[in-house]
Write a protein that binds this ligand. Structure first.
Ligand code: G3D
Ligand code: MG
Length: 189
């Protein structure tokens, strides 16, 4: 298993001890951000690709009491009403950014801020992976956080985590944050 998968399942195991509920996670980001790479080790037989008639793909992974929906966003404004229902009852949003793709920082920031405003994602904790930090051209996570105005997010827990989906570096730290902020929070509910 990848670091991501290991971290993921250890989080789930903790959660399983605290709740009967399914953990619902959506993993979003522009195309090419690194979502599939993050999931590579998880996505063998369990993944179904739902292709709703509206013309977008959602990969859905159900495993260990977790339902994980993964899809590319951006350039999908017209069909947004159709995918909104996949955001219902979300426990956690993981948003992946290609830290080397400066040309699209504005676009990815806009998409994120619109997601944050979605009714179905109100108050939902968000973990942002500033991915591809193994590349010399990557912007540091702190700079990306500033560009995204993360400090203005006051209605939810959030974290930005530098990582490389390829090497696995930083991925476990992100998972630890989930474990501390989602699992423990659910236990208090
Ligand atoms: P997506 O599912 O979000 O669209 P992918 O993104 O996981 O398909 O990744 C897009 C490209 O970025 C892939 O390259 C992938 O190998 C690369 N990539 C993803 N994460 C990292 C990372 O952390 N570091 C580096 N260096 N590359 C990464 P290709 O060449 O296959 O298109
Ligand atoms: Mg992909």
């Amino acid at each position: 298993l990848s670091h991501f998968a290991q971290g993921f399942f250890s989080v789930l195991q903790k959660l399983k001890g605290t709740t009967e509920q399914e953990l619902r996670i959506v993993l979003l980001g522009l195309d090419n951000a690194g979502k599939t790479t993050l999931l590579k080790q998880l996505s063998s037989e369990d993944v179904n690709t739902i292709t709703p008639t509206q013309g977008f793909n959602i990969k859905s992974l159900t495993s260990h009491g977790m339902k994980l929906n993964v899809w590319d966003i951006g350039g999908q404004r017209k069909i947004r009403p159709f995918w909104k229902k996949y955001l219902e009852n979300t426990d956690l949003l993981i948003y992946v950014i290609d830290s080397t793709d400066k040309k699209r920082f504005e676009e990815t920031g806009l998409e994120l801020s619109e997601l944050i405003d979605e009714e179905n994602l109100k108050g939902v904790p968000v973990l942002i992976f500033a991915n591809k930090q193994d590349l010399a051209t990557a912007s540091p996570a702190s700079e990306i956080a500033e560009g995204l105005n993360l400090h203005t997010y006051r209605d939810r827990a959030w974290q930005i985590q530098a990582c490389s989906a390829v090497s696995g570096e930083g991925v476990q730290d992100g998972m630890n944050w989930i474990s501390n902020n989602i699992v423990n929070k659910k236990r208090d509910d």
